[in-house]
Design a protein around this ligand. Structure first.
Ligand SMILES: Cc1cc2nc3c(=O)[nH]c(=O)nc-3n(C[C@H](O)[C@H](O)[C@H](O)COP(=O)(O)OP(=O)(O)OC[C@H]3O[C@@H](n4cnc5c(N)ncnc54)[C@H](O)[C@@H]3O)c2cc1C
Length: 525
């Protein structure tokens, strides 16, 4: 059984959700800002009030102890944690619950489950923390399957080996972020991969979606820290060799990184780890306009200084995240190292920032700390806004520097147009989350209030409009949220045709019965 503290309907732990007083305060501040009248918050339904379709599958007697068909487990594994997922949970709209939830103890169990499911023609959906925001874990697999099994890796949660000489660790796929860090800490080591979903997402999920976390430059993506992987496919185990680098043909790890559960189940991986940083230096700088901030971020990304944090918030984003007062764009800058002092790096970075108009922030009141605290709390706030009938969605992408300004303008304009077509009142904020020498990853948040009874339909209008603009601008539909089922239409526009055919051929070899996560990345059968 999944941790009983976990919320079946929303983000994280049930007990950490906003209490009624906080929801009222949030509603009052939204009403004042948007000038709208919000309804009373929806009370999250108890899972015992749910009626799910009867399970179509029965586990084989020999494996019965590995399966759970309780309403709570099936509901908890039916959706990820996107806006749409939470909104549907609150309405008790669960169209595609898994018939069974499987909780294997080890890879032998996984092999047995895959063999049984292949014989049954049942779909299998690998499930890590279930924090997908793209429909990656929803068992919406069509009618060609006898049923669907959600394969929860949560019991494979250990750091198996630590190599302190080469600075790498072999970690099981189902380990959640905090549990990984707790096991590395006694070695003085850290993975240093912290997506916003860190508390409730797993190494396997990060690898399968190529997630991006804590570092804003250089070590941004989890995939760049992988030495080797062990992936169990219906056709057998694929185990890559542990190497710091290799020029031996196409990298087999890269076939499975980002494969989103359609080619195999990641069982464990050797990943690079870091000594815990002890030297830190940070600063916040303000810009009169976002464009000057972008120029500064580009200069930093191309300087070779590689700040650990380099996040640029537009004025509204700074205000909403409590990092600033809304009068200027803010750049949160930080350096860290386990080896050497980083003050000189920060000073040089600040010179570059000054060259582009960055000045001491008007509200130097631990803006970075306030932003970080808000960042961790944000998913719980989001759920409260959904309960209040609001639309709240985030979009992210990446593009090269010379196309970035046009993309930012196009997305903002289209999002505002989409909202006014509804009609809904709302705001659009933007931040730059990751920066590269040749481009950057923008991240937008849309918060709006329209007709609460059409919450999901109105969200879809905005989602489709913005996704069309991103794809049309030649940018990627996702820098780190992945493709899943929800982004597939736009992913197909950006993916080369012959590559799609090659991926399909790989799937045919590794998963001949096509049971793994049908409909994700590739059209289902
Ligand atoms: C509030 C919030 C904040 C987020 N912030 C970030 C962020 O900062 N950065 C970021 O990159 N993403 C973020 N995400 C998205 C999400 O957390 C990531 O995609 C994460 O990597 C998913 O990990 P998970 O363990 O929850 O995987 P799941 O959601 O369980 O699964 C995601 C996909 O991976 C597959 N999968 C999972 N485990 C395995 C496995 N062992 N083998 C094969 N396939 C597997 C699933 O089938 C599914 O397709 C956020 C999501 C939320 C809700």
């Amino acid at each position: 059984m999944t941790d009983p503290r976990r919320s079946w309907w929303g983000w994280g732990d049930e007990a950490s959700a906003l209490d009624p007083g906080d929801v009222d305060a949030l509603a009052a501040s939204v009403q004042a800002r948007l000038g709208v009248e919000l309804p009373a918050p929806v009370t999250p339904p108890d899972h015992r009030a749910l009626t799910l379709s009867d399970p179509r599958l029965r586990p084989p007697a020999a494996l019965a102890g590995l399966f759970d068909d309780s309403v709570r487990e099936r509901a908890l594994h039916a959706h990820g944690r996107s806006f749409r997922d939470v909104a549907r949970n609150l309405r008790m709209e669960i169209a595609h619950p898994p018939d069974l939830v499987a909780l294997p103890h080890h890879e032998g169990d996984i092999a047995a489950i895959l063999e049984w499911a292949s014989a049954q023609g049942a779909a299998v959906i690998p499930f890590g923390g279930g924090s997908s925001v793209v429909g990656g874990v929803e068992p919406d697999v069509g009618d060609a399957y006898s049923g669907a099994v959600s394969l929860d890796l949560g019991r494979l949660d250990r750091v198996l080996e630590v190599d302190t000489e080469s600075l790498a660790a072999r970690i099981q796929a189902g380990a959640l972020g905090p549990h990984i860090e707790a096991q590395l800490r006694p070695h003085g080591l850290t993975l240093r991969h912290q997506p916003q979903s860190f508390e409730f997402s797993t190494l396997g999920g990060w690898l399968a979606t190529r997630s991006a976390g804590h570092f804003a430059t250089l070590h941004t993506r989890v995939d760049d820290g992988v030495e080797s992987m062990r992936v169990l496919t219906p056709s057998g185990m694929v185990e890559t060799r542990r190497l710091p680098a290799s020029g031996a043909g196409p990298d087999p790890n890269r076939l499975f990184l980002g494969s989103e559960g359609v080619l195999g189940v990641i069982v464990d991986a050797w990943v690079r780890v870091h000594r815990v940083p002890v030297h830190r230096a940070a600063a916040v700088r303000a810009f009169d306009d976002f464009g000057s901030g972008l120029d500064a971020v580009r200069a930093l990304a191309q300087s070779g200084l590689n700040p650990a944090n380099c996040r640029l918030l537009d004025p509204l984003e700074a205000l909403l995240t409590d990092a600033g007062d809304g009068s200027s764009a803010l750049l949160l800058l930080a350096f860290e190292s386990a080896d050497h002092a980083v003050d000189t790096a920060l000073q040089r970075a600040l010179e570059l920032v000054r060259d582009h108009g960055g000045a001491a922030a008007p509200t130097e009141r631990d803006a970075a700390g306030r932003w970080r605290a808000g960042f961790v709390r944000a998913p719980y706030m989001r759920d409260a806004l959904i309960r209040l009938g609001m639309i709240i969605e985030t979009f992210e992408s990446a593009t090269t520097w010379e196309r970035l300004s046009a993309l930012l303008e196009a997305v903002r304009t289209r999002a505002v147009d989409a909202l006014s077509s509804l009609p809904a009142r709302g705001i659009v904020t933007c931040r730059i989350t990751h920066a590269y020498p040749d481009g950057a990853a923008p991240y937008w948040t849309v918060i709006a209030f329209g007709d609460p009874s059409a919450q999901v339909q109105e969200w879809a209008v905005v989602k489709n409009a913005v996704s069309d603009v991103i794809a049309g601008a030649g940018a990627t539909i996702t820098h780190h949220h992945a493709v899943g089922r929800d982004h597939r239409a736009w992913y197909e526009r950006e993916r080369p045709g012959l590559f799609a055919a090659a991926l399909g051929a790989a799937k045919q070899v590794l998963d001949p019965a096509g049971i793994l996560n049908p409909g994700v990345l590739l059209a289902g059968s």
